[in-house]
Structures are given as C-alpha cells and as structure tokens.
Ligand binder design. Structure first.
Ligand code: UDP
Ligand code: MN
Length: 281
C-alpha cells in the first residue's frame, strides 16, 4: 500500500511511548532523503581523538564520507590534543571539518566524560543558530552502511549492541543510590550506548548540560558511575524519553557475532587493545 511503512516482525520497531526503533527495512531511504532535502539542513557531528586514539581518526573520517548523511550539509568537529596529526581526508562539497584543540587528560574515563562539557560549549558558542541536528560519536569505530535522515529526531539514543536482548535486570546501570546516575531495579526502558547519540541542538544542549552537572556532582562526592557518562546518559534517557531510538545497527561491535536480525551494520566499534591505547588501566 502506498504510504505503508515497510515492516519488520522479528524485532521491536516501536517503543512503549510510541516512537520508532529504526531498523533496516522499516523506512524508505529515498523517500526520506527527498523530504529532508527540501529543508536544507545542516548536520553537525563531533568526534574526539585524544592521545593514541588519533590513530582511529583516518578510517573514521574516510568511512564517514562514504556513509554519513551523504548528499547533505555536514560539519564535522574533530576534538584532539594533536591538531597537526589530523588526517586530511577529502570531503565532498557541502561538507566541512573543523579541528578543535583540547588538553590531554591522564585518565581515559576523564577524556570520555569531558566530551559532554566540550560539546555543550560547542553548541552554546557556535552551533545553536547554525546546525539543525548534532550527533556525537566514538572515534574507535567505522561506518559500513548508510547512516542518514532516518536517524533524525529531537533526542536520539542508540541501543547498545550488548544488551538489546536483555531485560532491565541485566542492564549495567549505575546501581548505587548515592550517584546521580542511579537507576532503581524497576527503572529503565533500554540500555543505550554512550558511543553514539544525538538530536536537535536544544535537546542535546540540555542533555549535555544535565549529564555534565550530574557527572561533576558525583565527582565531588568521590564517586564515578559504573560506565561514566554512559551511565548518566542512561539515567537521562529514562527520565527524558528519546523521540527516536536507533537499533544496534547504528553502533555494533566488530567482536560480536552478527545476529540474524542485524541485516545491515552501519557503524561498528573496532576491536582494540585497551592496554595499549589507553593512558591508564
Ligand atoms: N577517547 C580518546 N582518547 C582516550 C580515551 C577515549 O579520544 O584516551 C575518546 C574517543 O573518542 C573514544 C571515546 O572517548 O572513542 C570513548 O572511549 P572508548 O572508545 O575507549 O570507550 P569504549 O567504546 O571502549 O567503551
Ligand atoms: Mn568506543
């Protein structure tokens, strides 16, 4: 039927608060792109490559050119402590890149968590009136398939590939009540990943602000949530439900076996040697 969404019956395609869970086969990419083309959107993306993680940047940027919002205005912000080492990957017209220099931090937990505050500053100082949507992505990952307009929403979370089949008792939420990321046993919809999220500028600004404040409140009390900013993200998205949920196609992990419901891997974390690349254990 014209106007009917193509369907999937083997996976959850709608949340209990009635927003889509985006899987391959649930949308018409050509139709969607034509609808969004008329809006002349600008999509911002942030990626951090601090310390040894700079080595992942080339593949990330090259594959992003092939798969991430091709044909749209895209502005990628690369945050690094080694601006001279940023590879000069060629970009198509309508796409641009800006390099931002950030300090080297000594703990990977701090590097990862500092992203929320730096993205908040970027939004407030530069993006608010310029970009329409923003995605914040881990650098230790590569694109393998389309990531496009089907992912757009006010607040967008990605289902973590390790937990999308678990029930909430199996989610690695922060379980200590003293933490601002605390999740009680009866709380939680999904376990979302910290390695990819996004939305419109206002929602992501509010999100980064809240999570940064909560992260630092914890720090003052001498605690760090189980999975740092990912734990705070999960608390936030329980309280503030995403308006679109992306399936684990949008952040798979190369070391995981490809399950039959995964028809297309769009973006996936590479296998890395933690002991070798992180500044601390
Ligand atoms: N990161 C970085 N340098 C570091 C540690 C982390 O640039 O030394 C950034 C990088 O963008 C990375 C993200 O923080 O992708 C999250 O860390 P990581 O990917 O190690 O976390 P994981 O995906 O393994 O949970
Ligand atoms: Mn990662």
């Amino acid at each position: 039927m014209p106007g009917d969404a193509p369907g999937r019956t083997d996976v959850q395609t709608m949340t209990s608060w009635s927003v889509p869970v985006v899987w391959e086969g649930t949308f018409d990419p050509v139709l969607l792109d034509s609808l969004y083309q008329a809006k002349n959107l600008t999509i911002a993306a942030t990626v951090f490559a601090v310390g040894k993680y700079i080595r992942f940047l080339k593949k990330f940027l090259e594959t992003m050119e092939q798969h991430f919002f091709t044909g749209f205005n895209v502005h990628v912000f690369v945050f690094t402590d080694q601006p001279n080492e940023v590879p000069k990957v060629k970009m198509a017209s309508g796409r641009q890149r800006t390099v931002k220099t950030v300090p080297t931090l000594n703990r990977w937990q701090d590097i990862s968590a500092s992203r929320m505050l730096l993205v908040l500053t970027l939004i407030e100082e530069e993006l608010r009136d310029y970009a329409d949507f923003i995605f914040c992505l881990d650098v230790d990952s590569e694109f393998h398939g389309r990531w496009g307009t089907e992912s757009l929403g006010d607040l967008v979370g990605v289902l973590h590939p390790g937990y999308y089949k678990s029930d909430r008792s199996g989610f690695p939420y922060e379980r200590r009540p003293i933490s601002k990321a605390y999740m009680a046993p009866e709380e939680g919809d999904f376990y979302y990943c910290g390695g990819a999220f996004g939305g419109n500028l206002q929602e992501v600004e509010r999100f980064c602000q809240t999570c940064s404040i909560n992260f630092w409140d914890d720090r003052i009390k001498g605690i760090e949530a189980a999975w740092q900013e990912e734990s705070h993200l999960n608390r936030y998205m329980w309280i503030n439900k995403p308006s679109k949920v992306l399936s684990p196609e949008y952040l798979w992990q190369d070391f995981l076996a490809r399950n039959p419901e995964i028809h297309l891997i769009r973006f996936s974390g590479i296998v890395k040697n933690y002991a070798e690349i992180r500044p601390n254990v």
